[in-house]
Write a protein that binds this ligand. Sequence first.
Ligand SMILES: [Zn+2]
Length: 225
Amino acid sequence: MELYKLKDNIYYSEYEEERDRPSIGYIHGDNISVAIDAGHSKKHLEEFYDALKRNNLPLPALTIITHWHWDHSFAMHSINGLSIANKRTNQYLKEFISKRNEINDDKFLHLDPSITKEYENQELIVVPCDIVFEKELNLDIGSIKLKLFEATSPHTNDSTLIYLEKEKVLFFGDAMSGVFPTWIRDPKLRDEFYNTINSLDVEYCLGGHWKPFKKEELLKELYID
Ligand SMILES: [Zn+2]
C-alpha cells in the first residue's frame, strides 16, 4: 500500500475499490499522531501500519472514525492506541454488534462483493469506540490543531468532519456521497453539506474513496449525479 504526502505532516494512503478499502488519513503531530479512519479489516489496517513504518512514521495513538460504515470502522479492534467517534457513530456500531448472529453476519458478508472479498480469509470482529464526543471537539496534538465536528451529509446522519484550519485541510470520510447502495443524494442534505464546506477556509478535501479534491472541485463534484 502506498502512502502519499499531502503536505508537511499530513499523509493519506491509497484507496482500493475491489475490497472497498478507503484511504486512511494520517497526521503527524509533535506529541501524538492521529489516523483518520481505521479501515475495512485487520489486514487493511496492517498494510497501512506497514506503510507508516516504511516511512519512519509512528503508529497513531488516536484513530478518528468519520462514520460508522464497515469499511471505515471495522478494523478498530486492531488499532494501536484509542479510537474516537461521535455518539451516533458509536450507537450504530453498538446496534450492529447487538444484532450479530450467524444469519446477520452472513447477510452482511454478502451485502456487497467487496465485503465478501475483503473477508474471504478474515474473521469479522466489530467493537465500539473507546472515546465518544458530541457536536464538536478541538484537539491540539502539538504544532497541529484538529477540529472534529458533526456535520449534515447526504451520505449518513453520523458524519464527523476533521478540519485543520491552519493547514487548510479537511477530512470528510464519505460525506459527499449519496446513500449506500443507490448513491442518491437528498437535495436538502446536499445543500447543507455544500454550505458547510463552502464556509470553511480550506484548500484540500480528503475523502475515503477519491484522490484529494481542491475545495472548488469537491463543491462541483457534489452536484454531479
Ligand atoms: Zn460510507
